[in-house]
Design a binder for this molecule. Structure first.
Ligand SMILES: NC(=O)c1ccc[n+]([C@@H]2O[C@H](COP(=O)([O-])OP(=O)(O)OC[C@H]3O[C@@H](n4cnc5c(N)ncnc54)[C@H](OP(=O)(O)O)[C@@H]3O)[C@@H](O)[C@H]2O)c1
Length: 254
């Protein structure tokens, strides 16, 4: 039996706890949250605590707090020689306090409160300071996911930047597209099949192969007409020009 203690009870911690609770090899032992009034008591037997001195040793401490507080929070754990992992995509392993053995347990997915996720499909990126800690982290990753990757801090930083392009920026493109639809009395839902097909295509083609559109075709008249269409919105127009340039420069790399 592997015992886990969570520090922090936000989005990621709550999703992870739910995933681990269904596993007979893993026991969630304690959950530390600084504001006891935020504890939600599911019908299970772990303990909520809000006093650092009540923490007891566990096989793994999972620090799932906001990136900026990982260093401070990990230094408050009043125990020694414990394995303490954080869940961030962008914070280095060495940001956590060195009073314990450090590691990373980063689930590469976007989590939304109340929205169910299928952990089996979520890649878990793990890293440990000491190779002797890798096995136990692998075990808990494999208990909830079919996709475990050993990724070092430099790779994780790169992965996080890539994920910002792929997820956050793409979503912002949806927002801009939805504004253009709204301004022209077109339902955004009309674009849903295109959104689904765009995402589906890159599972069997490279993004380079999947690229279509006026920029890819070098259709200059259409590009000029679109730039003119956007003349009243300087930001959308600059984004359009920059992305068109990026697609065209990319085409020249062949
Ligand atoms: N959200 C995602 O999609 C996602 C995906 C992968 C990885 N991550 C990473 O997972 C970590 C947690 O993210 P999250 O989305 O779960 O954040 P969140 O929902 O904002 O929850 C943060 C938790 O940290 C606690 N906390 C913040 N400062 C603290 C402090 N000084 N002392 C004690 N507890 C403190 C908060 O307590 P209060 O409720 O009292 O403020 C809350 O329980 C971050 O490192 C994030 O980068 C997030």
């Amino acid at each position: 039996m592997i015992t886990l203690t969570f520090i922090g009870y936000g989005n990621v911690a709550q999703h992870l706890i739910k995933a681990f609770l269904n596993n007979s090899e893993i026991k969630v032992q304690q959950v530390f949250l600084r504001d006891a009034s935020k504890a939600i008591y599911p019908a299970i037997d772990f303990e909520f605590i809000s006093d650092w001195n009540q923490l007891t040793p566990a096989d793994i401490f999972i620090v799932a707090v906001s990136d900026d507080y990982i260093a401070e929070v990990s230094s408050q754990i009043p125990l020694k020689n414990q394995l303490v992992v954080h869940t961030s995509g962008s914070v280095g392993l060495d940001t956590a306090s060195d009073q314990n053995r450090r590691g990373v347990f980063y689930p590469l997915q976007t989590f939304t409160k109340g929205k169910k996720v299928d952990f089996k499909e979520i890649p878990i990126c793990i890293e440990t300071e000491f190779s002797s800690d890798l096995d136990v982290l692998k075990k808990i990753a494999k208990a909830i996911s079919n996709k475990t990757h050993i990724i070092n801090s430099q790779q994780r930083k790169a992965l996080h930047v890539a994920a910002v392009f792929i997820n956050n920026f793409t979503n912002h493109m949806y927002q801009l597209g939805s504004e253009i639809c709204q301004e022209n009395q077109i339902p955004f839902a009309i674009l849903e099949p295109l959104i689904a097909e765009t995402a589906a295509k890159v599972t069997h083609l490279s993004p380079f192969e999947a690229q279509t559109g006026p920029a890819k075709r070098n259709d200059q008249k259409t590009i000029n007409a679109h730039i003119d269409f956007l003349k009243s919105d300087a930001i959308k127009q600059s984004i359009y020009k920059l992305l068109t340039q990026s697609i065209q420069e990319n085409g020249k790399k062949l």
